[in-house]
Design a protein around this ligand. Structure first.
Ligand code: ATP
Length: 329
């Protein structure tokens, strides 16, 4: 059985009337990458800042290896690295001086300091711009520098607040690879984003937060299971050009589909169409396809579409909003 490295228990934090964090509980296990997903203002940063001991919860606790982090702030700040979503390096310092400054703050001196700075610079790819003024480097480089600064103290837990925001696709991929290497080295990572697609491919577990509450916790396949039982289909007519006649056939096709079983959400785009259907077996799909052909619909394509995980997030969010409205009545 895996024991939790960090245990977040019933955290509450409000700002005036805003419940930024509302009874949040979850655990982080050694070497795990957790994707922390939520819309703007959902409560991600506040939760992470409390874990990093940079903010205090009104109620609830964060335990690191069973110890209350509030009672061990000094130790915790070395062990739990924090990468904020906004980061501006100091003026007029080169990247090297910037890292040396923080290495000194962590107690590294002399040769050990030089070695540590070189080591993190190497790992994060900062080495190529060590002599540049830290404020002059690009967004991607700034993110790497921030990561390098965080890694100086060799923290066991990494909290990264929207590190991919504003990065180009290549820099995102590099960041992803770095995260995987860090997790393989045994680091435990909580990484936030408001875009699920950014995190699902390399997260071991996903946590969804909405209006301060955790509304889903599970791995990507568990998330897929949440939306199983509903299939989405794509259908395309064989037509070289889209004419009035095509539009008529599409409307007839839509009506035909709506008369069959539990087909819903039929949406027409020129000569193609998508629809959704709850739990349908392969033989029922085959029967439907046969019916369409027998009816004389000129089909070029008919296929089941993979449900996007992003849809699952939207669905869970909608379910949670509905539940909230219900509770208010
Ligand atoms: P984003 O993706 O936009 O960074 P988030 O999920 O990180 O959002 P938080 O920054 O934790 O969300 O904010 C949660 C809620 O708390 C928001 O409504 C925000 O406006 C509010 N909030 C956060 N910090 C403060 C503060 N210092 N003073 C007042 N309200 C705050």
């Amino acid at each position: 059985m895996t024991t939790s490295l960090v245990k977040v228990e019933n955290l509450h934090r409000s700002f005036g009337t805003v419940r930024a964090v509302d009874d949040v509980s979850f655990s982080m296990h050694s070497g795990e990458i957790i994707g922390f997903i939520g819309a703007n203002g959902a409560g991600k940063t506040t939760t992470m800042r409390i874990i990093a001991t940079l903010d205090t919860a009104e109620r609830g606790t964060v335990l690191y290896r069973g110890k209350d982090t509030r009672d061990h702030q000094h130790e915790v700040r070395r062990i739990i690295g924090w990468m904020p979503d906004h980061f501006t390096p100091y003026n007029a310092m080169t990247t090297r001086d910037y890292l040396k400054f923080f290495a000194r703050a962590y107690g590294f001196t002399g040769r050990e300091q030089i070695m540590r700075v070189e080591e993190v610079a190497d790992f994060t790819g900062v080495k190529s711009f060590m002599d540049m003024p830290a404020r002059k480097v690009s967004k991607g480089m700034t993110q790497r520098l921030c990561l390098a600064r965080m890694l100086l103290s060799d923290p066991e837990v990494l909290l990264l607040d929207e590190p991919a925001a504003g990065l180009d696709p290549a820099a995102r991929l590099e960041l992803k690879n770095l995260m995987r290497v860090l997790a393989d080295e045994g680091k435990t990572i909580l990484i936030s984003s408001h875009i699920l697609n950014e995190l699902e491919s390399f997260s071991d577990r996903l946590l969804f937060i909405n209006q301060g509450k955790i509304i889903f916790s599970g791995n990507p396949s568990e998330l897929r299971r949440e939306i199983q039982g509903r299939s989405s289909f794509f259908l395309e007519l064989a037509a070289d050009t889209v004419t009035d006649q095509t539009a008529v056939i599409m409307l007839r096709l839509k009506e035909f589909l709506l008369c069959h079983g539990e087909i819903a959400d039929v949406s027409i785009q020129a000569k193609s169409l998508t629809f959704e259907c709850p739990a349908i077996s392969d033989s029922e799909i085959a029967a439907l396809l046969k019916l369409l052909i027998n009816e004389g619909f000129p089909l070029l394509q008919f296929r089941r579409q993979e449900q996007q995980l992003e849809n699952a997030f939207v669905e869970i969010l909608a379910r949670d909003t509905k539940r909230g409205e219900h509770e208010m009545v």
